[in-house]
Design a protein around this ligand. Structure first.
Ligand code: F1P
Length: 299
């Protein structure tokens, strides 16, 4: 099997997975946050970034206060009507520990890829998406399918995202991008989580030097890094004047072609291509395992 074949297949299957997530959101609506509930969403790594995007979308839709935390920083002293845990593996120690701690106190919904996993014993509700689980250590489709499920649960129409995803899967990379040495991903609002996820994908799969910021924050220091060796990728539309500013630094500018979740697919493809160009296996990133399981002394 070619190196990275799992992640390549998983990236391509995203449009179909998102369609299934839309159906699943309908049949699981009672397990998803209800309008007006005060909600926290937790996860680690990729799952945390999906939590961030969802939190912004839900709150700006006026459906209730929504916080996102990486599980290790969850404030146990706060009260929520529901806590949503995102975890492909269902075994990530920090996530399972929080859900266990909340048992009998706060309703929890765990969104998981592997249905046979310890978190189901401690969660109030479980939404399993085995169809979006992955063989690659690097997460792509589980993350975006979770966000598709949550967005559909907010009543959003994902038709454009799904159509754009089909085009993104077949899209070409910007010419000359594989020769660049540094990559900054920018977004606003809910897209900041996707920018962070794009940057993480590039680090995991391609050991690339990447950064991600809220787009306006780039002016407040991060722009010092950009030069003719760099790329600045706007995952959502660039704020007024920022593209011109970046142009003057000599960095390659990538403007969004697609709906933001589909735009992330372009970045996933870049991560795989860069990984291959460096002779790496994007399915098996250095130092990483499918999930981080800590011993008692570590957690
Ligand atoms: C969370 C996670 C992944 C990361 C790596 C380690 O996994 O942090 O995002 O890519 O594989 O685990 P999970 O809790 O979603 O299974």
């Amino acid at each position: 099997m070619t190196s990275g074949q799992h992640v390549v297949n998983e990236i391509s299957s995203q449009p179909v997975c998102w369609e299934r997530a839309v159906d699943l959101a309908r049949s699981s609506s009672a397990k998803l946050p209800q309008p007006g509930e005060r909600v926290a969403v937790i996860g680690c790594g990729t799952s945390w970034f999906m939590a961030q995007s969802y939190a912004v979308l839900r709150e700006t839709a006026g459906l209730g206060e929504t916080d996102a935390f990486t599980a290790s920083e969850f404030p146990l002293g706060r009260s929520y009507d529901r806590v949503v845990a995102i975890t492909r593996s269902g075994t990530t120690t920090e996530v399972v520990d929080i859900v266990r701690d909340l048992k009998g106190k706060t309703p929890t919904t765990s969104i998981i890829g592997d249905p046979d996993t310890p978190i189901i014993d401690v969660s109030s509700d479980v939404i399993a998406m085995p169809f979006a689980d992955e063989k690659s250590v690097v997460q792509t489709r589980f993350a975006t399918t979770t966000l598709a499920l949550l967005r559909a649960g907010l009543g959003q129409d994902l038709t454009k995202a799904i159509n754009d995803a089909r085009q993104a899967v077949d899209s070409e990379l910007p010419s000359g991008i594989l020769e660049r040495k540094q990559f900054t991903f920018l977004g606003t609002g809910w897209v900041i989580g996707l920018a962070s996820e794009g940057a993480l994908k590039m680090r995991e799969a391609a050991l690339a030097w990447t950064e991600a910021y809220p787009a306006h924050e780039y002016r407040h220091g991060p722009k010092s890094i950009s030069d003719e060796n760099g790329v600045v990728w706007f995952v959502s539309e660039a704020p007024d004047g920022l593209s011109d500013e970046v142009k003057a630094f000599g960095a390659m500018i990538v403007q969004p072609l697609f709906e933001p979740m589909a735009e992330l697919i372009r970045i996933q493809k870049l991560a795989v291509a860069l990984s291959h160009s460096k002779g790496l296996d994007p399915d098996l990133p250095r130092h990483l395992t499918r999930s981080v399981i800590l011993s008692d002394s570590e957690s």
